[in-house]
Design a protein. Structure first.
Length: 209
């Protein structure tokens, strides 16, 4: 079956790939910054870091943070104020009943896939809650850059050292989400990946999980 459906508007595709770039730079440069003053007793292999030296890593990290913030704001506003976002991306009370069936299906407890739309209830829940981790990462990052200027935010996290731990946790959540997202893309098929580049997806594959 060669029929296709328009799956992803341009703004969604653009913000998606910009997020991949921003997150990649933030994580790898952040690991280089971490190595300069480790929170725990281990260091990250240099091959997994980016920025060359501490000052370079900080500048790359700061650049990626602004890209991540502005891109995230565009993505969020688009999904809030457009019919496409409200109906297909953001989690709503109508999706609550669909979460458990999808979990059971992904765990292979249920063999038959629940009725699917563009994003299933579990995906919509993830897309709606992951911005909270992103906001947490940005706020804790602000504390690390300007702990005195934004002292009220520093107090929200307890202190500077605790904010460092929270920053690491928030970024870890984003990385885990990223790899989970990759697994779901692979499970959904090649056409699902291409749709995030071209916008179009084969109808036959669109019915897969």
């Amino acid at each position: 079956m060669n029929e296709k459906t328009y799956q992803h508007p341009f703004i969604i595709r653009l913000t998606h790939w910009l997020n991949v770039i921003a997150l990649g730079i933030m994580v790898t440069s952040g690991l280089r910054i971490y190595n300069a003053s480790p929170i725990w007793s281990f260091k990250i292999p240099v091959v997994l870091t980016f920025g060359g030296w501490l000052a370079g890593a900080r500048q790359w990290h700061f650049f990626a943070m602004w890209l991540f913030v502005f891109n995230g704001v565009v993505w969020l506003l688009y999904n809030i104020f457009t019919r496409h976002g409200r109906r297909t991306t953001l989690f709503s009370p109508h999706d609550v009943d669909g979460v458990l069936p999808m979990i059971r299906y992904y765990l292979r407890i249920e063999k038959r896939s629940p009725a699917l739309t563009k994003y299933n209830a579990l995906q919509k829940l993830a897309y709606t809650t992951i911005p909270l981790a992103a906001i947490g990462a940005v706020l804790s990052g602000i504390v690390l850059y300007w702990p005195v200027q934004f002292g009220f935010i520093t107090k929200l996290f307890g202190n500077y050292d605790i904010a460092r731990v929270w920053h690491f946790i928030f970024m870890s959540v984003l990385v885990i989400f990223f790899f989970g997202h990759i697994v779901m893309v692979i499970a959904a098929g090649w056409s699902n990946f291409l749709s995030m580049i071209t916008g179009w997806k084969k109808i036959a594959e669109n019915r897969r999980p």
